[in-house]
Write a protein that binds this ligand. Sequence first.
Ligand code: DX5
Ligand code: ZN
Length: 219
Amino acid sequence: MSVVISPSLLAADIGNLSEELALLDQYGIPVLHIDIMDGHFVPNMSFGPDQIKMMRSLCKAEFDVHMMVQEPDRYIPAFVDAGADRITIHVEATTHVHRSLQLIASYGKKIGIALNPGTPVDMCKHVLGMVDIVLVMSVNPGFGGQKSITDMLGKIEELAQLKEQHGYSYTIQVDGGINQSNIASFVEAGAEDIVMGSAIFQKGRTEENMKAFENWLKS
Ligand code: DX5
Ligand code: ZN
């Protein structure tokens, strides 16, 4: 099983965004995780489609757009147009989950479903056969730099078991509070795509931090 690190742009130095993106692009990151917050589904705001469009020309990585947005269908076309390659929506944010996911798929984009810490896997069982990504939030979404909730390990194990039992093809992604001291437990539980914000961008040592985590994964 190969595990990837997806840097979360929220923790980057936004005042120097073009430099940050150039550095990530030069490093050759395969995936960039971009958090979209609407001030409604979560108590914070971040980027919108116009910003994503500007970023698109600065970084070749796959754009993994994590929509923490109520009623995501309203904005999915705009994020597709802005250059998103994957779009993940929250199961708690839409009344008709299957319909929202189909909307993303209709544009030929990868589809992801995210679960807040308090949401059980049962809530998305009916769509597990159609998604490319299941995102397990290991913090209450809305802010970077929070402490992870270790209870989420059981949810990751459950998703790994279901994947094996049914031959599903989704990637298990985990997001929030992952760092040097706990990454191993999330990987052991079955996480395959590790989103990291502060642990990657901390102290302006983005490249060194990426290398250290990637070397650890190879070892
Ligand atoms: C939280 C976001 C995360 C966040 C992760 O709502 O979805 O992607 O940027 O940041 P860290 O790794 O600092 O918890
Ligand atoms: Zn995120």
